[in-house]
Design a protein around this ligand. Structure first.
Ligand code: AMP
Ligand code: MG
Length: 419
């Protein structure tokens, strides 16, 4: 069973006409409305399901606990006991976890019980071992003891048939425990989303290669491949391509063949050497997104042979911000995770800042001593600031005059990445 969901339509990235600079929220709402899962379904053993995305809702096959049991080591009997001293004769035998007592405990008698043991017939109440004296034939203790004390009822945690996890969930270690306890051994998951990464530009070199003047090392590819792996996807490295349309066409063909989605960086604007946008335009599926966002350059979105392409700006700062803000949640939908809204934290600013209205701004930021610090330079060429930062501060679309101590929204990188 590995049914591939239907492909996306060629116009899935088409924004409403007439809008020159699209607000961030509008662009996000568009992605959210138009993208659907493309990753096929699969079934894996429970032990292999960590970090995988649930393809279907999961219902408990068995209750937890499956039967009433004792929460402590002690002595079990029927009913509560009033204030004052009590003494009960003990039956022979005991009930232990995994070693049930087959008989029935007569009214007025007690039985030795160990934590986790199913309550024997005739027992609904347990008194703690520490609260009794015993000679092996009788137990004595002081009331009051409430009926039902120190026991767990069947299904008090989860009842058989309850929905325990929802489709789209990225499975945690605790989720595996929950499924194990409730009788599941095979898990319906999505196949891991495969995402190809291509760098484009004549100036780019492989890290470590001898560099001539004018050449720079390809920083985006390792960054994007790394981010994709952190998201739990299969990152497919398609290498670097010069500003050569035929070569780029060939690598896009290979990427569309091997992956469910493609990230390119560089060449996404409208210039002569911007071959990503040129090729997507040729294929009739280019949507040039001009988003009211800083740092951001035009994004070239489109379909290549049925595979969605996110044409990111070449500038590493813009590439990272656009990936976290747009590509990441879009890929989450394609992967079957549903729309992931990154969790932000409102904290006092450790900086002052003035901004004009008209576009949203993301600053490289981190939190120290409860305050949000921003990187010393907003220069978009500063890769060191990406690395210095531990997340982004999101400043609203409108004008702003921020003083130190004012609340700002900090979104850790890990909130964008999720799970
Ligand atoms: P582009 O979007 O192709 O116009 O590139 C914008 C800027 O980003 C240029 O200065 C490029 O040299 C730079 N750039 C493009 N791709 C990369 C990359 N993979 N790694 C580092 N810098 C890049
Ligand atoms: Mg370029």
């Amino acid at each position: 069973m590995s049914l591939k969901p239907p492909p996306l339509s060629n116009d899935c990235f088409a924004l409403p006409p007439g809008v020159s600079w699209t607000p961030v929220d509008e662009a996000l709402a568009h992605l959210q409305a138009r993208l659907t899962p493309v990753a096929a379904e699969d079934v894996v053993p429970l032990g292999d399901a960590l970090g995988r995305i649930l393809a279907e809702d999961i219902c408990a096959k068995r209750s937890n606990p499956p039967q009433p049991n004792t929460a402590v080591d002690g002595y079990g009997f029927a009913g509560g006991r009033a204030d004052g001293p009590h003494s009960l004769a003990l039956v022979d035998g005991r009930a232990a976890a995994g070693g049930a007592y087959d008989g029935t405990v007569p009214a007025g008698m007690a039985i030795r019980v160990l934590t986790g043991a199913a309550l024997p017939n005739g027992v609904d109440t347990v008194v703690l071992e520490e609260d009794v004296t015993t000679d092996g034939a009788q137990v004595a203790f002081n009331g009051p003891v409430k009926a039902g004390s120190n026991t767990r009822t069947a299904g008090e945690d989860v009842a058989a048939g309850d929905r325990i996890l929802s489709a789209g969930r990225v499975l945690t270690a605790a989720d595996l425990a929950l499924m194990a306890a409730t009788g599941l051994a095979q898990v319906p998951v999505r196949k891991r989303l495969r995402v190809a990464v291509i760098s484009s530009g004549d100036e780019l070199l492989e890290p470590g290669a001898p560099a001539a003047p004018g050449q720079i090392y390809d920083a985006n590819r390792v960054m994007l491949l790394g981010l994709l792996r952190q998201c739990g996807y299969v990152a497919v490295d398609m290498g670097r391509i010069g500003d050569d349309r035929a070569a780029l066409r060939a690598v896009l063909d290979r990427a569309a063949d091997q992956a469910d989605a493609i990230l390119t960086s560089g060449g996404a604007s409208a210039g002569d050497e911007d071959h990503v946008s040129a090729l997507l335009r040729e294929s009739g599926a280019l949507q040039q997104w001009r988003i009211a966002l800083k740092p951001g350059r035009p994004l070239a979105l489109g379909m290549w042979s049925g595979t969605p392409v996110f044409g990111l700006p070449g500038n590493p700062v813009a590439a990272l911000v656009c990936t976290l803000v747009f590509a990441r949640p879009a890929l989450g939908l394609l992967a079957g995770e549903g729309w992931q809204q990154p969790e932000g934290f409102v904290l006092p600013a450790g900086f002052a800042k003035k901004k004009k209205p008209g576009r949203r701004e993301f600053l490289r930021a981190r939190v120290r001593a409860g305050k949000v610090e921003v990187f010393k330079s907003e220069g978009s060429g500063r890769i060191s600031g990406l690395s210095w930062a531990e997340g982004l501060v999101e400043l609203p679309d409108g004008a702003l005059e921020l003083k130190e101590g004012d609340p700002v929204r900090f979104i850790p990188y890990s909130s964008f990445i999720g799970s």
